[in-house]
Design a protein around this ligand. Structure first.
Ligand code: HEC
Length: 135
């Protein structure tokens, strides 16, 4: 992705984030989809569930990077509750409301750097490291 496109995507993610932040009111319509609360999400992400220990305080300086987040809210909730990935713990006890809050919070974080594999030098270093490890 070139820089302009990256900026556009970041902008779109940031705009989406602010839109979400502006619309979350903590009101959950009966029987409707769960609505996330950004402030609660921040605390849940960093203090209660310690997602930041692996994903970074900004959800993009850790491994793996979560911003920009390419999940729907439902997809995110299902994934985090049932993660099949070996290095990502599943959180079966985290409720849909808890994960909607965390989702809303992550969505407000603007992407501040390109993904590793979008920086040619870093990509090259990672590929050489992987090749060396495979030898
Ligand atoms: C022990 C470290 C650790 C903790 C704690 C952790 N994660 Fe992860 N998470 C990972 C790793 C590593 C991956 C990538 C796994 C892989 O690809 O094999 C990942 C992947 C993810 C993904 C998928 C990202 C993608 O690109 O598809 C999401 C979403 C996610 N984590 C959310 C969370 C949330 C929300 C929390 C807190 C409730 C959390 N994680 C806690 C390590 C962690």
């Amino acid at each position: 992705m070139n820089n302009d496109r990256f900026r556009l995507v970041s902008l779109a993610a940031a705009t989406l984030g602010s839109l979400l932040a502006a619309t979350v009111s903590g009101q959950v319509p009966a029987g409707g989809p769960v609505t996330g609360n950004v402030e609660r999400g921040r605390t849940l992400y960093a203090d209660t569930y310690n997602c930041d220990a692996c994903h970074g305080f900004d959800a993009q300086s850790g491994e793996r990077r979560l911003v920009p987040l390419n999940y729907t809210q439902d997809g995110f909730i299902t994934f985090v509750q049932n993660s099949p990935l070996p290095n990502m713990p599943a959180f079966p006890d985290a409720s849909a409301q808890v994960l909607a809050d965390i989702y809303a919070y992550i969505k407000t974080i603007p992407a501040d750097a390109p993904a590793l594999d979008q920086v040619p030098l870093l990509k090259d270093i990672r590929e050489r490291k992987a090749r060396a490890a495979a030898e």
